[in-house]
Design a protein around this ligand. Sequence first.
Ligand SMILES: *Cc1c(COP(=O)(O)O)cnc(C)c1O
Length: 396
Amino acid sequence: MSDDDHKGQHFATRLSHGGRAGTRIHGFVNPPVHRGSTVLYPSCEARRDAGARRFEQFMTYGTQGGPTHYAFEDMIAEIEGGTRAMIYGTGLAAVAVPLLAFLKAGEHCLMPDSAYGPARAVAEGLMTGFGIETTFYDPLIGAASLAALMRPNTKVLYLESPGSHTFEVQDVPALAEVAHARGAKVLMDNTWGIHHFQPFTKGVDVSIQALTKYVGGHSDLLLGSATVNNDADWQRLRSASSQLGQYASPDDVWLAMRGLRTMNVRLKHQEQAGLEVARWFEGRPEVLRVLHPALPSHPQHALWKRDFSGACSLFGVVFQPRYTIEQLFAAIDSLKLFGIGASWGGYESLALPTTGFITRNATSPDLGGPTARFHIGLEDIRDLIADLEAALSRLG
Ligand SMILES: *Cc1c(COP(=O)(O)O)cnc(C)c1O
């Protein structure tokens, strides 16, 4: 049975059966981890001919990947609805390399003001040094205003929806249409959307995910992916990745594959738990508003409903402006089940004050009160709410 036999089946079935065909060894369910640098050839002629196939799923040398990578690449490409995926050692590499692959000196990039902070740092750092200019735009920009920001040398429209920390939902099809009409590629950070946002049906050319989050799912690895939907984009991305020596450890890839097997169940639980906690926050007098696109109160809820088939369990909470940041810190410090830390998508809940960590230059970072980001894990929701209730009661 080949992996193609599962193409018409449902998501959960494909997560369970994908990446296993042809890799079964001695009858074991899971494929082994293939580690390796040197690849041996049967003859000098075979070695010479292999060079032409180095960007195919064909083993020529360790850096070009092996069976563990290829099985996982195929599963990620399928989740995103694209043709090929490149796996990177971190989510940030999966952001930086496509930007460098699709932009060169003298060109211009448009990036949402709400982009993941380290993505902004790439634009302001390496890209500026390489003579690539970036304009940060309001993530809620409309098509007409975006068209006005496009220059003849604008080659990349970068998207991230919902935005980091502020959770604005972008009108991806409308913005992508403007970019394509002017010959720019559309790159999107789809980490929040996972399989709930299908990028290639909405005009995205390169879809980026930090697999560190829900795909890994256990806070024990770092990985990223960039998926494309045609061969020309693949050649460009693969070539840049190869030049920059990008590679992911097969051990981490294997662990992430294991994460994928249970991702659908984890995500469904976390989506529901996240929504329940978000609704609970909405009912609290200490809270000004909750930044969760799946709540009807979210300003772009209709857009989220149109473009997403579900949500993950990461959202923001803006507290009443009468509280100081020190009060918010004290409340979060008192939580017993929520860790204080970055990253998300693991099995454990997290809380992170975001006021002071939100950099914006095209829009205001002020959300109306001190703000925190919450990630809901797999704990019993009754315990989580009891913990939050005790913490909020300290706010007074
Ligand atoms: C975490 C994250 C990344 C980067 O992933 P790392 O594996 O931590 O480098 C990129 N984009 C978003 C939206 C993220 O949350």
